[in-house]
Design a protein around this ligand. Structure first.
Ligand code: MTE
Ligand code: MO
Length: 533
């Protein structure tokens, strides 16, 4: 006796067919992107478009929830939506022959068109998504008809379309040959798609011209080396953020779902706008200039109190001030709008680039060429300003303009136009929630206000008065400092808070503020439990 397939089972099988077909198409699309148009994989295009459309609270939420894993989370969410749409296309195809396939093709072409509007689109940007749509469309029909053999669905559907005269129901029990071949074909389609996507991702990293070029680069020695790190500046306490953040641990925040691939040989910076003299600079010209090495702490405006979107590195670069001196900004100009090759922009107060704080057009980070994720080959680093108004990675253009004439990527989305880094401090040791053995312990952390410097850090344990922590020497006023306070840990729960006092005697405010629109404030406080003796 044959088992009758319910409508739901039929729809379920058609949905799975849809997902398998779209997985195959999308995977091939990503593989194609790896081969011909790295920035234009269908997922990268959709993700980039969403990132640019998303309101700033959404970005804030993503970073708050996922930190630097925000990109993976976004791609996961897109994957889910695409899978749902694919399931829908499968079901539709099972009810109206070609309807799902035509939809898949149309969506692929639409995403391909969207790809062409991305700031870093190449001539072939449309191709990966179009191919993805075409492959999905071609695979969808056969897979759906394997999933839902003629007659298995409702009378208006495949049976009629396929011209099956008796519309014999129920060829779908688990053991029938068509059922088994459906599982085989759908599974293979999905597996091939997944493999192709992985292949595409690997290819993209491997074939990026910048990857090989970067490895071969030997940066020149700085004409002005950084002064040696003062003795005792590194407290070397387990769990305390190191004074200089290794490149691999440096936080990464940007809107780029795939890292822009910039070959230094093609790199050129143009300084123009409200200037007397337009300036152009190639990579070779930049490296031939006397480079300066200096340490600076960079923070993201989205960094929460106690957060880790902050790091300190030794940057090698050429003072932007010198380049602007060549360009001679007009007196009425007050902003420099820097632009990345992928379209991101930052609006920096002109004075922060012309005063003596040492804003750099940086090529090196901790003794290496900039890592690709951190802006290879050239980025800006401006001590004292949050990254979103100053630290443009993959920078190719600086337009001298005015704040009342131009807005930048994040200021367009509600973040404040000027972004000085706020005075902050963080407890790294002990970790929040840690179980601390009783007796001699140490509380330690970092504090920063680049551009100003930190003069003192105070710690409050439970309801005791604030105590001065021991402050290690700073590399400079532009870098964070480490601090420590010995602590006789008595059994029981404890609450520990810290606050910094700046070199200009500002006391870090305890008033809690969200990161938006100009940076979080408040004291970092942790709770720990000291075990019984
Ligand atoms: N091209 C580009 N540059 C960018 C961004 C970006 O999205 N695109 N983000 C900025 C922000 S918000 C920050 S906090 C810093 C982070 O630099 P990092 O990733 O090297 O730590 O880069 C800045 N430069
Ligand atoms: Mo940021």
């Amino acid at each position: 006796m044959r088992r009758q397939r319910t409508g739901a089972a039929v729809a379920g099988a058609a949905a799975i067919a849809g997902i398998a077909a779209v997985a195959l198409g999308a995977g091939i699309g990503e593989l194609g992107a790896g081969l011909v148009a790295a920035q234009s994989g269908p997922f990268t295009v959709i993700g980039g478009w969403i990132i640019d459309l998303a309101p700033s609270w959404a970005k804030d939420l993503m970073i708050a929830l996922f930190g630097t894993g925000d990109k993976a989370a976004l791609l996961g969410a897109i994957g889910l939506v695409v899978a749902l749409a694919a399931a829908g296309a499968g079901v539709w195809e099972s009810r109206r022959r070609r309807a799902g396939a035509v939809t898949a093709l149309a969506l692929g072409l639409l995403i391909g068109a969207l790809a062409l509007t991305r700031p870093d689109a190449g001539a072939l940007a449309w191709a990966p998504s179009a191919v993805a749509g075409a492959v999905a469309a071609l695979a969808l029909g056969p897979l759906v008809r394997l999933a839902v053999p003629a007659g298995a669905a409702s009378p208006t559907s495949a049976a009629v379309a396929a011209g099956d005269p008796d519309g014999a129901p129920g060829s779908g029990s688990a053991s029938t040959p068509s059922r088994r071949s459906f599982i085989l074909f759908a599974g293979s389609a999905a597996a091939v798609g997944a493999l192709a996507a992985v292949g595409g991702t690997l290819l993209r990293a491997g074939t990026a011209a910048a990857t090989a070029v970067r490895e071969a680069i030997r940066l020149p020695r700085p004409a002005v080396p950084a002064p040696p790190i003062p003795a005792g500046a590194e407290l070397a306490i387990d769990g305390l953020a190191p004074l200089v953040t290794p490149n691999g641990d440096f936080y990464r925040i940007d809107t780029a779902l795939t890292v822009p691939d910039v070959d230094p040989a093609d790199w050129e910076l143009r300084i123009h706008g409200m200037v007397e003299q337009e300036v152009r600079l190639t990579w070779d010209e930049l490296l031939a200039l006397p480079l300066v090495e200096s340490a600076a702490t960079l923070s993201c405006v989205s960094n929460e109190v106690g957060g880790d979107l902050v790091g300190n590195a030794l940057w090698l670069g050429y003072p932007i001030r010198e380049l602007l001196a060549r360009a001679r900004p007009l007196p009425r100009a007050d902003m420099a709008l820097s632009r990345s090759v992928d379209g991101f922009t930052a609006g920096t107060p002109l004075e922060a680039l012309t005063d003596d704080r040492g804003a750099l057009l940086a090529v090196g980070m901790n003794g290496e060429p900039l890592p690709r994720q951190h802006g290879f080959p050239v980025r800006m680093v401006v001590p004292g300003l949050y990254g979103y108004v100053s630290a443009t990675k993959w920078v190719v253009d600086i337009e001298v303009t005015r704040f009342d004439r131009a807005r930048a990527y994040w200021t367009d989305r509600g973040w404040s136009a000027r972004g000085p880094i706020k005075l902050q401090s963080r407890i790294d040791v002990p970790r929040a929630g840690a179980a601390v053995p009783p007796g001699d312990a140490v509380i330690a952390g970092v504090a920063w206000q680049p551009g100003t410097g930190v003069a003192a850090v105070e710690v409050r344990i439970d309801d005791l008065p604030w105590q001065r922590a021991e402050l290690a020497p700073a590399i400079s006023q532009d870098t964070w400092v480490q601090w420590r306070l010995p602590w006789r840990a008595a059994p029981g729960p404890h609450r520990i808070a810290c606050r910094a006092i700046s070199a200009t005697r500002e006391v870090q405010t305890g008033r809690r503020a969200f990161p938006a629109p100009d940076g979080a404030t408040g004291w970092h406080a942790i709770e720990v439990t000291v075990a019984d003796a």
